[in-house]
Structure formats: structure tokens, C-alpha cells
Design a protein around this ligand. Structure first.
Ligand SMILES: [Mg+2]
Length: 275
């Protein structure tokens, strides 16, 4: 087991002078977007997340303007993402890159470790404590503790020990979630795979995400000459930051001269960011 680290680059502190001027989305952009906390506001329960009105039409418009070079890159299950985005069927990387649906609609699975034992052990542990929720995915086991933050240290220890006993996995630490996932996939590997294929190949990649799990994606796009956009607070390797999912959505709405849809404001820069 290894604790996931995302880049050899040092993380920038929250107060580092990231650029608040978000990069322009152009006809040569390949756009990659995380889902929770980026496109959609976080909710008390993962199943309660909803996209605000206007996002799906904006994604449809952007996908057309980018000749299809728009993909969602998320830790969620593929079917869950399709449900949230219906009727859109975008290229997707799900479960942190363990599965990917390419622009031709082909679904590729890259890693399916045997998670029988960690799933059983973590489920038993969660049943003994109020406020914990286990999510069993195709290639990952997630333990959500948003409603029991006082159990963070205990949850970390249990998940770390379960990962230690499971070959080929690593532990991811997200927002109120610990997740055992395949060690050989990441959001960065998924983005690089998309970038080798049409219609993404040859374009300049942009990736927006909000969590530590997105750092591999920021490093990937920036290694390819593109830009990472960190949504919200927290240390990051990304070159840009915006304040919130709402600000990110305003940036998407404003692409190609589109109109702002949520509050009539221009895309928001992070406080203290340089112009
Ligand atoms: Mg997220």
C-alpha cells in the first residue's frame, strides 16, 4: 500500500500567488472537468448532489464548440455520472481513471483489484459507528465520514490497514472520504490517455478540480503545456484558482462569449490573486 501522492512538484500553499485570471477556453482547448465540488456544489450526502439549472445545456454547447473535446474526470462511478448528466453522454473517466469512456463511446476498464476483503472489513467497521457510509465501486471502496468528522483519525487508520492488506491498491484522502483505489491509475493517467486520442490530441488541455484527488490531473495537464484550475481553498500544484463551483460555472457559461447564467457576475477570481 502507498498513500497517494500526486506530483513531484511541491504543493503551493493557499496563500501562494496563484493566477485568478482563469485561462481562456478557445477552439483549441481540450477541457477536462471534475464533477463534485467543481461542476456541482457539494451536498451532505453524495446522492443528494444536483447540477444547477443551465449546466447541462452549457456543457452541450461547449462540447460542440470544442468538437467533442470535453470530458468529465471524476471519482464517481460511470453510471452515476451518466445519471447526473442525462441526457448528455460525454466522454468520462470514472473511479479516478479505473474506467474510461472514450469519445467513440467505448468503455475501457484498466484495473479491477480484488476488493472483497477491504469491502467486507470496512463495511463491518462502518456498521459499528453512526454517521459513516461505505460506497462499494467497481474498482474502489470509499468510506465517507462527513457526518462523523470526529472519527477521521480512526477511519484513516482502518482504511490504511485495509489497504496495507490488499495488493495493488493505494489510499486516497479526499474531502471527508478515504478511498482504497487501484495504485496504477489516476485522474492524471486518464487525462493523458484522452490526450493521445481524437478529438483531444493536439489541443491544449485545461483541467478544473477541487480536491486532493485532482492534483494528479493538474500535474498531467501542466506537463502537457496546459493549465490546472483549483476550485476553492487548499494547497495545490495548479497554476490557477477560482473561488467556488459557482465561479467555475460562470467561467464555463462565459466561454466563447456566452452569457453568465447564475448571478450575472463576471467569472470570479480568487481573493488576493494577481490580475
Ligand atoms: Mg471533486
Amino acid at each position: 500500500m502507498q498513500l497517494s501522492h500526486t506530483s513531484a512538484s511541491p504543493l503551493r500553499s493557499t496563500r501562494s500567488p496563484l493566477s485568478g485570471q482563469l485561462p481562456a477556453i478557445s477552439g483549441q482547448t481540450a477541457l477536462f472537468l471534475d464533477f463534485d465540488g467543481t461542476l456541482a456544489d457539494l451536498a451532505p450526502e453524495p446522492d443528494e448532489v444536483r447540477l444547477v439549472s443551465g449546466v447541462i445545456p452549457a456543457l452541450l454547447r461547449l462540447s460542440g464548440q470544442l468538437d467533442g473535446a470535453l470530458a468529465i474526470v471524476s471519482g464517481r462511478r460511470l453510471a452515476d455520472l451518466d445519471g447526473f448528466l442525462s441526457p448528455l453522454q460525454l466522454p468520462l473517466a470514472s473511479e479516478h481513471g479505473a474506467q474510461r469512456r472514450d469519445a467513440q463511446g467505448r468503455v475501457l476498464s484498466f484495473a479491477e483489484p480484488d476488493l472483497t476483503e477491504p469491502a467486507r472489513g470496512v463495511t463491518e467497521f462502518a456498521a459499528q459507528h453512526d454517521g459513516l457510509r461505505v460506497e462499494i465501486k467497481l474498482a474502489a471502496v470509499a468510506l465517507h465520514y462527513r457526518h462523523a468528522p470526529e472519527l477521521e483519525s480512526l477511519c484513516l487508520r482502518v482504511m490504511q490497514e485495509a489497504a496495507d492488506r490488499t495488493p495493488g491498491v493505494e489510499l486516497l484522502c479526499g474531502k471527508y472520504v478515504f478511498e482504497i483505489k487501484p495504485a496504477n491509475v489516476s485522474k492524471g493517467s486518464a487525462i493523458k490517455a484522452f490526450m493521445r486520442e481524437p478529438p483531444f490530441a493536439g489541443r491544449l488541455p485545461l483541467f478544473a478540480g477541487d480536491d486532493t484527488t485532482d492534483e494528479a490531473g493538474f500535474a498531467a495537464v501542466q506537463s502537457l503545456g496546459g493549465e490546472g484550475i483549483k476550485v476553492g481553498e487548499g494547497a495545490t500544484v495548479a497554476h490557477h484558482r477560482c473561488t467556488s463551483p459557482s465561479a467555475l460555472r460562470e467561467w464555463l457559461h462565459a466561454a466563447f462569449g456566452g452569457k453568465s447564467r447564475e448571478d450575472g457576475q463576471a467569472p470570479a477570481a480568487a481573493p488576493g490573486a494577481r490580475p
